[in-house]
Design a protein. Structure first.
Length: 291
């Protein structure tokens, strides 16, 4: 008997219907299902109980699926990675950069995944923390997990923020800019791409640092080794806001140091193996251009 966790977008009736039918189908096969519904920001509801997303454990789960868009998948990623659980992303959203699977194929792919006949891809994520403490895991205080990116953005309209960067403790550049992106290869097709950064093959272990509208300094991206560490210090001037995977995490005042590292744990994603990276990227970008 296997246990499958399903995280469901709350405003998609079709996703909720599929979650319910899938739970019944899995029960008929002798498996157990945990249904979780996204609630308020960073909250999730399971069995009628609302919990903080960070307090949810997927220990004992064999497979996890998200039913929604990219945002639902991004909320599932830290839970699944912490428990070492492979993920399936079912696309109910508009674009679905991260999601390979259409709803009609969920039962087929679940059956194959539970039988061990699918491909598991490994992706890199970031651990982003305030300060430079030794304990920088996702459970540490003031620490976040990012599958796509961490972004420092300005908070005052018409004003830039000043960000002093260092790589492995060695001072690099101080940017006066609208923001700074530190992205994973998976997230290289998100905000990083919009800001003019490079697209990285998603299975690389790396991170890419891209400034957003920098003033009088280098406007090129920097691709970094997975063992390197980036620190960003908010210098004098207005505060910045930290946005992790599209959600505001905290506001940072002058003097605050943000540390970004590649998380040592792989994010394991179920793939159908039907299409390669180039084909998926080309079709997704074409669909984005038409929307």
């Amino acid at each position: 008997m296997a246990t499958v966790a399903i995280l469901v977008h709350p405003s998609r009736a079709d996703a909720q219907e599929l979650a319910a039918s899938t739970a019944g189908w899995l029960h008929g096969l002798g498996h157990r299902t945990r249904l979780l519904f996204l609630g308020k920001p960073n909250r999730v509801v399971e069995d009628g109980v609302e919990l903080d997303l960070g307090d949810v454990s997927l220990a004992g789960v064999d497979l996890a699926a998200s039913l929604g868009g990219d945002g639902t998948f991004l909320r599932l990623a830290p839970l699944a990675t912490a428990a070492g659980v492979p993920m399936i992303g079912v696309n109910f959203g508009r674009l679905g950069y991260l999601l390979e699977l259409q709803p009609a194929r969920l039962h087929e792919v679940l059956e194959r995944a539970l039988a061990g006949t699918v491909t598991l891809l490994e992706r890199s994520a970031l651990t982003v923390s305030i300060g430079d403490a030794a304990d920088t895991g996702p459970g540490a205080d003031r620490s976040w997990f990012a599958l796509n990116e961490a972004v420092l953005e300005k908070t005052v309209f018409g004003h830039t923020i000043r960000l002093a960067t260092a790589i492995d403790g060695e001072p690099f550049l101080t940017y006066s800019a609208d923001g700074l992106i530190v992205a994973t290869p998976t997230g290289s097709t998100a905000y990083n791409l919009s800001a003019g950064g490079p697209v990285l093959a998603p299975t690389l272990r790396a991170m890419v640092m891209t400034p957003v509208a920098p003033h009088l300094t280098l406007d090129r991206s920097l691709v970094l080794h997975p063992d390197q560490t980036v620190t960003v210090t908010i210098t004098d001037g207005p505060p910045a806001v930290l946005v992790v995977d599209g959600k505001e995490a905290t506001r940072l005042e002058a003097g605050t140091v943000l540390t970004c590292r590649v998380d040592p744990r792989p994010v394991r994603i179920v793939s159908l193996g039907d299409r390669g990276f180039a084909s998926v990227l080309a079709s997704t970008l074409a669909r984005d251009a038409r929307s």
